[in-house]
Each structure stands twice: as structure tokens, then as C-alpha cells.
Design a protein around this ligand. Structure first.
Ligand SMILES: [Zn+2]
Length: 383
């Protein structure tokens, strides 16, 4: 079944705000509405093909809606508003393992202060179904969410509370790629959501279902696949500790006096620092964000003269800091010697880049390796 009209291929340039992207279409620069609140960092890289649907109503500000992006030659649907149409179709086609016998009674169901996507029924038994659109994936693993969603966490708490003998509750994670076999809540990015999902495990049915989008943006329900949730990974890894990559921007060349390291010449550009915290990882990251603190670590001296761009936690029971530094060394443009590595044998834990690391595919591959792929190997996950 098709869910979209005719689309045109454009190329991503930038995302000036959450719901707008700028791209080139037939050599012209155009803006398009992006109906997706997620970060989409690893999908929307400069030059990425995106598929735009023309908007028929000309009173709308933007004449185009971005409905899909391309990754490795595959279409990945971005249109979260239409994910519900896809979900309804899959339910009606009995394509979702575990809820084949339910039928759709209503959509947009209000319960208490929250609205859920569907009310389904099987005989007298009701099922409240919430749909989440998932576009974050590596080769073998998909994760949700890609940004902190307190609304999503609240939904999980409410679904857990509402599940009882008469009515069941479920979350359908619609995974827009056929690649992965496994699904986990992204405990690196949204620790609270992951904890809520782990806590709700016995009360809420979690259904991560992947679909394969064809070139004409249609799917075949028979290809829908239920992904495995390896709960044992969460049991071991869901703690506020591990490693992180900190991205800073140094606005001008600088000669810094860095504590025990002495004077260090740093050229302007982007810097990635690999660090770790054996506990209170969130608090450690908050500390890096703050200015006006006592300068203690090497990185504090650089932070004092830089812009804080983002911190990317890699929660883990393992100490990955030096492995991550080693991997960064292979993709960085330069690396100031001895920075942040006085307690280990690494040449450095600081890496310089001409361009924003989040605009670079190798950087995302590295991050996804440590956040996702590594877990598949570590826990020897198999279908
Ligand atoms: Zn090291």
C-alpha cells in the first residue's frame, strides 16, 4: 500500500529549526516542512537525498513536506504524522505478531490527560495502542528515542498504570528499515524513557516492528518483522555510568595554559573529548556544560574558552573511554598530544575537526558502533 503522493528528490542542506529543512531541488534552494520532532542527526547529513511531497494547499507557508530520507540507498520515512496510517494498515492486515486478532475501534483515544493513538478490540478485550516512529538504527539494532522525550516517558507510565485484566496496553515502535533484528530503548540518550520501558515490561506489550519502504514509498504488510528486545542487555547496562563524547567549538586559535600539561597551542575548530564517569554520568556531563567552576581536568581549561555544543553519553558497565579515544584518533583531522590522557597510555583523549563532527558519517558510525553494534557482539545476540 502507498501512503504518499508523488515525491521529488532533493538534497539536504540544513535544518534551520525543528520542523523546517532547507534543501536543493532542481538546483534551487527550497524550504520544506519536516513533520518529525526527532533529532535525526545520523540521517540528515549534508547532501543526503530527501524526498519532498508537494503540498496542495497553497495557503500553507511551505510548499513542500519532507516525507523520507535516503540512507545506504534505502528510503527511510520521516513523516511521523502518517506513521499512524501505516500502523492502522498493519493492524488491519493482521501483520503485527501478537495482536493479529485485534481490530481497530477508534483512533485518537483520550484517557485522563493523555491521548493515545488507537483503541483496538478482540471480543470484549480492549487494547490501547500507542505508536512511535523509529528511524535510529545501525546494522543490527534499532533504538528509540533519538532525543529526550518526557512525553514518551509519561505515556509509558500511564500505559503501565492502565493495563489491567480487562484492557491491555501496547506500544508499537514502527521501525522504518528492514535492516536490524534487535530493538532497545535508547538508554544512552534518554535514560528515563529506557527505565520506564524496563519497569513497564510486565504490564505493557512492546512491539518493535520493522517495515521495508520501497522506492515508491509503499510497504508490504507481509514483510513486517517483529524485532527482538534483548531485556538482559538493559538489566546489565541501564545505569547512569559509562563514557561520553563531548563536542566543543573553539572560536579562535588559542594558546592555553593547561594545568600540569603546560602551554598548548590549539587551532580554532571543533573538538571532541572522550571521557568517562564510573558513576553519576549525567552529573559529570552537566559539570562540563557549566562555566565558572574550578579548573581541574585538562578539558576544563579548553571548555572555559569554547562553546559547549553537545555531550553524547555512551552508557555502559564497561570502561570504553580509551577504546573510543582510539577510534576517534582514526577519524580526527588532528589531535593535541597528551591532552586528557595522563592516566592512561593513549596519545590523547582530545580530537580536532575542521567540520562539525555531527555532519560526518564516520563520526555517526563510530558512535553507533559503541552505542548499538557493540552490544550485539558483547551479548552474542542472535535471532
Ligand atoms: Zn586512554
Amino acid at each position: 500500500m502507498k501512503f504518499f503522493g508523488k515525491t521529488e528528490k532533493a538534497f539536504f542542506i540544513s535544518r534551520p529549526n525543528r520542523f523546517t529543512i532547507t534543501c536543493t531541488l532542481n538546483r534551487k534552494v527550497v524550504n520544506a516542512f519536516l513533520p518529525n520532532p526527532g533529532r535525526l542527526w545520523e540521517l540528515l547529513l549534508p547532501g543526503t537525498p530527501v524526498y519532498l511531497e508537494g503540498v496542495e494547499n497553497p495557503t500553507r507557508d511551505l510548499a513542500f513536506t519532507a516525507v523520507a530520507a535516503e540512507r545506504d540507498g534505502q528510503r527511510i520515512v520521516l513523516h511521523t504524522l502518517r506513521a499512524n496510517d501505516v500502523a492502522r494498515h498493519l493492524v488491519e492486515e493482521k501483520a503485527i505478531p501478537g495482536i493479529e486478532e485485534y481490530r481497530v475501534i477508534r483512533n485518537e483515544v483520550t484517557v485522563g490527560h493523555s491521548r493515545f493513538d488507537f483503541l483496538l478490540k478482540k471480543g470484549n478485550r480492549e487494547l490501547l495502542l500507542e505508536v512511535k516512529s523509529c528511524t535510529l538504527f545501525s546494522d543490527r539494532m534499532a533504538m528509540f528515542p533519538d532525543a529526550v522525550t518526557s512525553r514518551g516517558t509519561r505515556h509509558l507510565h500511564e500505559l503501565a498504570r492502565m493495563s489491567d485484566a480487562r484492557s491491555a496496553t501496547a506500544v508499537l515502535f514502527l521501525v522504518h528499515t528492514a535492516r536490524p533484528d534487535f530493538f532497545l530503548p535508547d538508554f544512552h540518550t534518554d535514560f528515563e524513557f529506557a527505565r520506564a520501558m524496563a519497569d513497564a515490561r510486565e504490564r505493557v506489550l512492546f512491539l518493535p516492528v520493522s517495515v521495508r519502504w520501497r522506492r515508491d514509498l509503499s510497504i508490504r504488510p507481509s514483510e513486517a518483522k517483529l524485532l527482538q528486545v534483548p531485556w538482559q542487555v538493559l538489566e546489565k547496562e541501564l545505569h547512569d555510568r559509562g563514557s561520553y563524547l563531548l563536542i566543543l567549538r573553539l572560536p579562535a586559535d588559542n594558546e592555553l595554559s593547561v594545568g600540569s600539561l603546560g602551554p598548548v597551542r590549539l587551532r580554532k575548530g571543533f573538538y571532541v573529548y572522550a571521557g568517562s564517569a564510573k558513576r553519576n554520568l549525567s552529573r559529570r556531563i552537566e559539570r562540563h556544560r557549566r562555566l565558572g567552576k574550578k579548573l581541574f581536568w585538562h578539558i576544563d581549561f579548553l571548555r572555559a574558552v569554547s562553546d559547549f555544543l553537545v555531550a553524547l553519553p555512551v552508557r555502559s558497565e564497561d570502561d570504553l573511554e580509551c577504546d573510543m579515544a582510539g577510534a576517534m584518533a582514526r577519524i580526527a583531522d588532528w589531535s593535541p598530544s597528551g591532552f586528557g590522557s595522563s592516566d592512561c597510555d593513549c596519545p590523547s583523549h582530545l580530537f580536532g575537526f575542521e567540520n562539525h563532527p555531527l555532519s560526518l558519517r564516520p563520526f555517526h558510525d563510530l558512535l553507533q558502533h559503541f552505542r548499538m553494534e557493540r552490544l550485539v557482539d558483547k551479548y552474542a545476540l542472535t535471532r
